[in-house]
Design a protein around this ligand. Structure first.
Ligand code: ZN
Length: 147
C-alpha cells in the first residue's frame, strides 16, 4: 500500500485514540493490517535491484508519496504535530524494508521478512481497478476520521 495511506491512517488513529501509547502501537500495527488488503503499488524496481544510476525516479516516487501523506494530514488535521507522529509510526515498517534494501543487516532483514508475511502477495492477480479503488476508500475513511 502506498505510504500516503499508511501515513493518513496512522495520523487518524493517533488523533482518535486518546491513550497515546496504545495509539502509537495501533498506528504501527495498522501498517500490517492495511498491507494484507489487495492493493496496487508503484514500482521501485531500480532500488530493489540496486541500480542506483536509474533509481532517481524511484526515490522521487517515494518522496512524493510521503509528501502527499504529510500534506493531506496538514490539510485535514487540527493537531498536526501529533498527527505527524502517528503518520511516521505507521510508515516505519516500510522504512525498515526500504533501509534493508540499502543497508542490509540481520535486524532489518527480520523486519523485511515479518513485513512480507503480512503483505498481500505482489504476484497475485487482482482486478486492476480494485487495487486503486481499495486505496481510495481507505484514504476517504482516513480523511473522514481526521476531520
Ligand atoms: Zn508495507
Amino acid at each position: 500500500m502506498i505510504l500516503a495511506i499508511h501515513f493518513l491512517i496512522g495520523a487518524a488513529i493517533v488523533l482518535k485514540i486518546k491513550f497515546l501509547p496504545l495509539a502509537l502501537i495501533l498506528a504501527f500495527l495498522s501498517h500490517y493490517l492495511l498491507d494484507t488488503l489487495p492493493h496496487w503499488e508503484y514500482s521501485i524496481e531500480n532500488i530493489k535491484q540496486k541500480k542506483w544510476k536509474n533509481s532517481f525516479k524511484d526515490f522521487l516516487k517515494i518522496a512524493l508519496d510521503l509528501s502527499l501523506g504529510v500534506f493531506l494530514v496538514f490539510l485535514f488535521s487540527e493537531k498536526f504535530f501529533l498527527a505527524l507522529i502517528g503518520g511516521l509510526i505507521a510508515v516505519l515498517p516500510d522504512a525498515f524494508v526500504f533501509l534493508n534494501l540499502i543497508f542490509s543487516n540481520k535486524l532489518l532483514e527480520i523486519g523485511r521478512v515479518f513485513h512480507q508475511k503480512f503483505h498481500f502477495p505482489e504476484d497475485k492477480k487482482i482486478f486492476p481497478l480494485w487495487g486503486i479503488f481499495s486505496q481510495i476508500i481507505i484514504i476517504s475513511l482516513a480523511i473522514f476520521f481526521l476531520l
